[in-house]
Ligand binder design. Structure first.
Ligand code: AMP
Ligand code: MG
Length: 280
């Protein structure tokens, strides 16, 4: 069984069926060992992705406040070559962004070929926070699920490998993490009264997430539910799903690199031949 649950297209997601404290039958030590192995493989895959330059990767991270989006980026990406990684964080839209369609700011920062892109929050906020707070009329956000599916299908058609993770934490774990931020001086900078306010809308958010995951998990851009109460398991589950996905492209990338190598060698051989002819 994979550690993160991949949502089959067309199935109705019920978050209550997914245990946020799941640990795959592993203890922390075994989990961290497996994480290290898979992370080394992820590093090698990223190098091939970057060198081959035929695809891009787009990893989307969503989750409630304190679910560990930042921590996952720090841990899962720590081995990768920073030259090939781009992280984009989506905040409250600016006036200029609001004056455009909701995908405008998103499309501008999608990863180019060879790049491993990470979205810390994403266009899904436009069917999450926007829906929960009624920031636009319901028909407007309702239409967005289909817009998102079309947009992601278009990205996939142009060579983007899309993997979307919902970091699933329990309400109890969130309270503990929020209190921890208050109690530890070194963590207080992360505090936000807004996090407590958003927590009051917990059920509305879970419902909005269930809809987004149910309606926007497609073959080309699947959603994964990641048990995220245990940080080490969250990192392992994300890394495993990424490696599983990217392994499927390794042969293509190696073939592209082989072609590239042959072309470079042929170019050099032709140049040498020309030098020899000149010398004669
Ligand atoms: P943080 O991730 O803690 O830096 O917070 C970013 C904030 O921006 C969160 O409260 C998000 O809900 C908010 N946000 C991101 N995208 C949107 C959006 N499209 N509309 C409204 N709020 C957003
Ligand atoms: Mg926050």
């Amino acid at each position: 069984m994979p550690y993160a649950a991949r949502i089959q297209p067309g199935t109705r997601v019920r978050l209550k069926d997914h245990d946020p404290a799941e640990s795959g039958g592993l203890d922390k030590e075994a989990g961290q060992k497996r994480f290290a192995e898979l992370n080394a493989e992820l590093d090698a895959l990223q190098e091939e992705l970057h060198a081959a330059g035929t695809h891009s990767v787009l990893m989307v991270l969503q989750g409630m406040d304190t679910s560990g989006k930042d921590g996952a980026i720090r841990s899962v990406m720590h081995n990768l070559n920073p030259q090939g990684v781009r992280v984009e964080s989506f905040k409250v839209p600016t006036d200029e962004e609001l004056a455009h369609d909701f995908l405008w700011r998103v499309h501008k920062v999608t990863p180019g070929k060879g790049i491993f892109g990470v979205f810390n929050r994403s266009h899904y906020e436009d069917v999450l926070v926007v829906r929960v707070h009624g920031l636009v009329p319901e028909p407007v956000w309702q239409a967005r699920y289909e817009h998102i599916n079309h947009f992601e299908a278009m990205l996939a058609d142009s060579g983007t490998i899309i993997v979307k993770f919902f970091l699933h934490i329990s309400k109890k774990e969130q309270a503990e993490r929020l209190h921890e931020r208050e109690e530890e001086v070194g963590k207080a900078w992360k505090l936000s009264a807004g996090d407590w306010r958003e927590r009051e809308k917990w059920d509305a958010y879970q419902e909005a997430y269930e809809d987004a995951l149910s309606r926007c998990s497609t073959e080309a851009a699947p959603w994964y539910v990641v048990p995220a109460d245990r940080k080490w398991f969250r990192n392992l589950a994300i890394t495993e799903a990424l490696v599983e996905t990217l392994r499927g492209y390794r042969d293509d990338w190696r073939a592209a690199l082989e072609d590239l190598s042959q072309a470079k060698l042929a170019e050099l051989a032709a140049y040498r031949k020309l030098l020899e002819e000149k010398a004669e």
